[in-house]
Design a protein around this ligand. Structure first.
Ligand code: 7RM
Length: 654
């Protein structure tokens, strides 16, 4: 019999009803309305999505089949013709939104720019014409390696406009990581900048591109946006300044009618082993899914300023800075900077300066702010906020409550959104006017998403029991394949849970449980589950117990092989600045975990550390910690690590 369950210990009973004033104005106004929508979508998913596709998007030509499902390969809106850049820009130009702010941008040094829909459209069209002039054709892959400046979004929309799939690579990744992704995607052109600002320093992007291109022969041209103006090398014939080459180029560039299933972008995610996977998303399904989720989850109003703090190199930046908000005609804010010693309160400054109404960030950021204390946010006026969101990792109830109290002033609903690069958009989430929240739970599936907790045979597990988070029906935003490797797509996502009678289940790779109210509690990646004396423990609950101790700012737990118990829990802990590491504190934290969870979860070892290894999107890389704890060499992909020095420090401290 397969391992079926993951033990769960988290007890959390606080419940926050949507404020009445919020519900009254919300897209989805009540639990009953959500449940009705959910039931309708479940009864006939194809009709549900087709109706939305009809009312929410512009089509050059209507599809003739809603879903062609040859498991695990799906095609949505077959033979439809559509362009996501058109849906994000052109269709708003004939409405009053023409001169509404589409994109507000704030640079780290304090410079800023705003683009109305008409202006953004013009920029995108001109950019698209330059790409064409440089030989980019429909179907050619374009690499984007940019800082968080408006041209990053403009470049994405320009690619989408002419049907050139983009592959955005985080500006923080190394030349090697960039090279591997450009080679795998066979990119023909790279869009970059001379540099970008991050934590008061210049990130030398163009220099990295030059290194990457020494061994990426498919790339013929580089388009360089000037951001920082430090001297850089430009290779004649290959490298072109955007501000030079755009001179005299027409801003007339009709959007290419794309087939629904034409590739829109590739976005690489690192697997724990092997090379990064190129997650492929296509045009119509992604457009629809990012659009509808944005509309209902963020409850956008035309008067709102909406801010998602993600980088565009993360799927969150794609779906919820660029495509989802613009498709809805929203005002989306983009910020280049990161909280830093010279301005730890910069996020709160931005909220105050622009009167941000909706704010979407990651648990790692929330925990970092919590550690800095309430002083910074309390010193700003955050009263414009009406809705908060979180994404990227399970949020521990402690951090959730802080976010609710200090940032949300106890009046803003929090949407804890569970999803993945692979899912294209949010899958499990509160609808903020309809679903009461519980700290630490992503609550319930989005309408049209048949989520379940199952064992490895695909059978639902009872309430409160941890199992595998799975999706039982295709949805429009799902990834279509792994670029160049359909077999890896099948193996990674569709064969962990064996198909029964042609019925395929998507395996998300996360452990989770459902409570009696049908709320989902994500417990962490199943690869990270720790086996102690026959019990399988998710990482989230032990970490959450640690963080509930006043001394602990952040924690990551991993298993270390143990002859007797199978594995022993090792906890890596970052302290609140007012506490110092000591053997006494270590003993106290072990005791605290025993009190909160039980003797089973007692860490055998606590390792204090100034920082934890994270991806650029803020996810703790437990796989690396596992190797460290076991005293092994670190193997596998480390290309997504945000700060390499963290590993060295951890090794020295060992
Ligand atoms: C959007 C994104 C996906 C993985 C996913 C989870 C974890 C994301 C939450 C979460 C608990 C959440 N895409 N994850 N959101 N876990 N609660 N609200 O993060 O491809 O980069 O990562 O992130 O493990 O599988 S991603």
């Amino acid at each position: 019999m397969a391992e079926v369950t993951i033990d769960s210990t988290l007890q959390e009973s606080r419940l926050f009803e949507p404020p009445a004033e919020f519900s009254q104005q919300a897209e989805i106004k009540s639990l009953a309305e959500y449940e009705q929508l959910y039931a309708k979508a479940k009864a006939d998913p194809q009709k549900f999505w087709a109706d939305l596709a009809e009312t929410e998007l512009h089509w050059f030509q209507k599809w003739d089949t809603v879903l062609d499902w040859q498991p695990p390969f799906a095609q949505w809106f077959v033979n439809g013709k559509i362009n996501i850049s058109y849906n994000c820009l052109d269709r708003h130009l004939t409405t009053w939104r023409r001169n509404k702010a589409a994109l507000i941008w704030e640079g780290e040094p304090g410079d800023s720019r705003t683009f109305t829909y008409a202006q953004l459209h013009r920029e995108v069209c001109q950019f698209a014409n330059v790409l064409k002039q440089l030989g980019v054709q429909k179907g050619d892959v374009v690499g984007i390696y940019m800082p968080m400046i408006p041209e990053a979004a403009i470049a994405m929309l320009a690619c989408a406009r002419i049907g050139a799939p983009h592959t955005v690579v985080f500006g923080g990744f190394s030349a090697e990581a960039l090279r591997d992704r450009l080679k795998d995607g066979k990119a023909k052109l790279v869009i970059t900048a001379d540099g970008g600002w991050r934590k008061d320093a210049i990130v030398p992007l163009k220099e990295q591109v030059d290194k990457a291109l020494a061994d990426a022969p498919t790339v013929k041209n580089v388009l360089v946006v000037q951001r920082t103006a430090q001297p850089i090398a430009m290779e004649p014939g290959r490298d072109h300044w955007w501000h030079d080459i755009r001179q005299g180029v027409s801003a007339d560039c009709p959007a290419e009618p794309m087939d629904s299933e034409d590739m829109l972008f590739i976005l690489y995610t690192s697997g724990s082993t092997g090379k990064p996977k190129g997650v492929v998303h296509t045009t119509a399904g992604y457009n629809l899914y990012s659009h509808v989720t944005t509309k209902w989850i963020f409850d956008l109003k035309d008067t709102d300023v909406y801010w998602c703090t993600a980088d565009v190199g993360w799927i969150t930046g794609h779906s919820y800075i660029v495509y989802g908000p613009l498709s809805n005609g929203a005002t989306t804010l983009m910020y280049e900077g990161a909280p830093r010693a010279s301005n730890p309160g910069c996020f709160w400054d931005v909220i105050e300066k622009y009167g941000v109404n909706i704010f979407y960030t990651a648990p790692t950021a929330i925990r970092a702010f919590m550690r800095m204390g309430d002083h910074e946010p309390n010193a700003r006026n955050l009263s414009s906020l009406r809705l908060l969101g979180t994404v990227g990792e399970p949020i521990n109830p402690e951090a959730w409550m802080w976010y609710h109290r200090v940032i949300g002033g106890e009046r803003c609903p929090i949407v804890d959104t569970w999803w993945q690069t692979e899912t294209g958009g949010v899958m499990i989430t509160p609808l903020p006017g309809a679903i009461a929240t519980k700290p630490g739970s992503a609550t319930r599936p989005f309408p049209g998403i048949l989520a379940e907790i199952v064992d490895l045979e695909g059978n639902p597990v009872p309430d409160h029991e941890g199992g595998y988070l799975a999706i039982q029906h295709p949805w429009p935003g799902m990834m279509r394949t792994v670029y160049g490797d359909p077999d890896r797509f099948r193996r990674t996502y569709w064969e962990h849970i064996p198909p029964q009678d042609g019925h395929y289940t998507y395996f998300a790779g996360d452990g989770a449980r459902k409570d009696a109210d049908g709320y989902f509690w994500v417990m962490g990646r199943v690869d990270d589950v720790i086996s102690v004396a026959g019990h399988r423990l998710g990482t989230m609950e032990i970490e959450s117990a640690l963080v509930s101790h006043p001394a602990v700012a952040e924690a990551a737990v991993v298993g270390k092989p143990d002859e007797v118990k199978g594995e022993e829990v090792v906890a890596f802990v970052t302290l609140d600045p007012s506490f110092a590491p000591s053997p006494e504190l270590s003993a106290e934290l072990k005791k605290h975990v025993v009190q909160e969870i039980g003797a089973l979860a007692r860490p055998g070892e606590i390792r204090f550390s100034e920082a934890l290894p994270k991806t650029r999107s803020g996810k703790i890389m437990r796989r690396l910690l596992r190797s460290l704890a076991a005293g092994e060499e670190i193997t596998g992909d480390t290309s997504t690590l945000e700060d390499r020095s963290v590993l060295d420090k951890l090794r020295e401290g060992a």
